[in-house]
Design a protein around this ligand. Structure first.
Ligand SMILES: C[S@@+](CC[C@H](N)C(=O)[O-])C[C@H]1O[C@@H](n2cnc3c(N)ncnc32)[C@H](O)[C@@H]1O
Ligand SMILES: C[S@@+](CC[C@H](N)C(=O)[O-])C[C@H]1O[C@@H](n2cnc3c(N)ncnc32)[C@H](O)[C@@H]1O
Ligand code: SF4
Length: 377
């Protein structure tokens, strides 16, 4: 079993907070797609004939692709990989791209799940973020997708930014609940260096994020979605009726995946690989049949730390049997470091799994960092 991630490195305009890899110049879209299709061929041995279960088109803005361009990519995957029984094919979409015609055309592709970047249902917030869409387009995109039979939807929302009051956050959550969406990803706004948002804060044009407010909004979100039948199955992800993201859940379980496109990363079950985050250099290199990637060798310490970080964030938690069998030398050290968090009531043990309590979810990164095995252990 394995997954393929395709990174589409273009956006119509740059959102002020975003530091993912993308360019706002679409001049090279055709050349980029050529390079992406070439990389799919060149990497055909990376997943060692594992059956492909999921494809995830992320970005950037993959909804800038036409349905023909998407079909060309999936056909290329099916030509060189075992990918005739795809379980989940996700397309990240921006609401302003989802016209009725576009949605109808996407029905003729293998895409069976949309991830719609809503962020907020308030125009003033969208404007502050420099999003290219308006709230009305977001509502239309959700309804029109559902009407066309794309009921396997997920939406992204952001909280914890200065304009977002408690009341507005509650209304955003209500809107999602009213629209019968089975999966939601919610991210606390982070200020990334070199973004427009970071420079506005530095110049005093914008206020910095308020951690206390962000924590309150997170707790409200978690409680309200759970009251309404969602499972809080990963720190940033909620699902109803078992509609977990198969692709992302596989990442967290350590399943192999291949990332295609500039900035995409891959995991072959042992080591990690990162493609260069530069469109021109990526295309140039593939023009010469070279994959512009850097390999990162993962030591047993790196692997156990990664497992701690990802597993702790999920509702299935850290499997102590797995630590015992896969990383026996680290078991005692990890258990010793856990004690302080049992005392604080931030973690609990259920069936030999360590799970974060609601309070613990606020400190997930801190807890993971304290459990990490240090250099030289
Ligand atoms: C990288 S975008 C790609 C998908 C699509 N272009 C979109 O905007 O929805 C995926 C998600 O990352 C999240 N994101 C990006 N930068 C962020 C930041 N600094 N803080 C919080 N969330 C962020 C947004 O919620 C966004 O929906
Ligand atoms: C922030 S998450 C949003 C998840 C989504 N809402 C869902 O549940 O389907 C997705 C983003 O992570 C990044 N991403 C995911 N897998 C990646 C990979 N293998 N290589 C590079 N970036 C990746 C992409 O920028 C993508 O837009
Ligand atoms: S949030 Fe999405 S649309 Fe905005 S710049 Fe980032 S990738 Fe592009």
């Amino acid at each position: 079993m394995a997954g393929i991630y395709i990174h589409i490195p273009f956006c119509k305009q740059a959102c002020h907070y975003c530091d993912f890899h993308f360019s706002t110049s679409l001049k090279y879209k055709d050349d980029m797609l050529k390079a992406i299709n070439r990389e799919i061929l060149l990497q055909k041995n990376f997943l060692q004939n594992e059956k492909i279960e999921t494809i995830y088109f992320g970005g950037g803005t993959p909804s800038l692709l036409t349905s023909d361009e998407i079909n060309k990519i999936t056909e290329q995957i099916q030509r060189y990989y075992i990918a005739d029984e795809l379980v989940e094919v996700t397309l990240e979409t921006n609401p302003d791209d989802l016209s009725s015609q576009k949605i109808a055309a996407l029905k003729h592709t293998p895409v069976n799940r949309f991830s719609i970047g809503i962020q907020s249902f308030f125009n003033e917030d969208l404007k502050w973020m420099n999003r290219a869409h308006q709230a009305k387009e977001a509502e239309f995109a959700i309804k029109a997708s559902q009407d066309a039979g794309f009921e396997n939807l997920t939406v992204d929302l952001i909280y914890g930014y200065p304009l977002l009051t408690k009341e507005k956050w509650d209304l955003n959550i209500n809107q999602v609940l009213a629209m019968d969406i089975p999966h939601v990803s919610c991210y606390s706004m982070t200020v990334e260096p070199k973004t427009a948002l970071a420079s506005f804060i530095k110049k005093g044009i914008d206020k910095n994020m308020d951690d206390t407010k962000s924590a309150e909004q997170f707790l409200h979100l978690s409680a309200k979605l759970q009251e309404n039948g969602f499972e809080h199955y990963e720190i940033s992800n909620f699902a109803k009726g078992n509609k977990y993201s198969v692709h992302n859940t596989n990442y967290w379980r350590g399943v192999k995946y291949l990332g295609i496109g500039p900035s995409a990363h891959s995991f072959d079950g042992k080591d990690r690989q990162w493609n260069i985050a530069n469109n021109a250099l990526y295309m140039q290199s593939l023009g010469k049949d070279n994959i512009p990637a850097e390999k990162e060798f993962l030591s047993p310490k790196d692997r156990v730390n990664e497992y701690i970080m990802t597993a702790l964030r999920t509702m299935w938690g850290l499997d102590l049997n797995k630590i015992n069998s896969d990383f026996p030398v680290f078991k005692a050290e990890i258990s010793k470091n856990m004690n302080q968090f049992f005392e604080k009531d931030w973690i609990e043990e259920k069936d030999n799994h360590i799970i974060l309590t609601t309070k613990g979810k606020l400190y997930a990164d801190h807890i993971a960092a304290e459990l990490f095995i240090e250099d030289g252990f």
